[in-house]
Design a protein around this ligand. Structure first.
Ligand SMILES: [Zn+2]
Ligand SMILES: [Zn+2]
Length: 131
């Protein structure tokens, strides 16, 4: 199935990617550059990283939200999408992640299924509202 690249709008075919081959390669390059810069300059700010790596600030934030960077710029503040606690990577804090992991295996038990579904709907609603 053909789709349009999210960045350049070019038509391309790939089952999972939202970017064409060219743009995907560029984003990968940016990611490597950002990661490397942060390893060398752990106290750098987002603006500094963006300038040094010639990467859009939005792109850097996307890497952070995806949890791809182990070191993040010092002025980035992320909060857990469930409880609002400050976090350094991904979308939810370690505590909520542990709780989600705990509820996951219970899905197979019929009695607790509805409860799990309810909390998942709430979680998805929270994500939607942030967008
Ligand atoms: Zn493209
Ligand atoms: Zn949390």
């Amino acid at each position: 199935m053909l789709k349009n690249c999210e960045l350049c709008g070019k038509l391309f075919a790939h089952p999972a990617r939202t970017l064409c081959e060219d743009c995907y390669g560029k984003v990968q390059e940016s990611y490597e550059a950002v990661k490397e810069y942060l390893q060398k300059h752990p106290g750098a700010s987002v603006a500094e990283v963006a300038q040094a790596t010639e990467t859009e600030v939005d792109t850097i934030y996307q890497f952070i939200r995806e949890g791809r960077l182990s070191i993040i710029p010092k002025d980035v503040s992320l909060t857990c999408e469930i409880c609002g606690a400050p976090i350094t990577t991904g979308r939810i804090c370690r505590k909520c992640r542990a709780e989600l992991a705990q509820t996951a295996p219970k899905e197979t038990q019929p009695g607790t299924k509805r409860l799990v579904d309810d909390s998942r709907v709430r979680y998805l609603d929270q994500i939607k509202r942030r967008r």
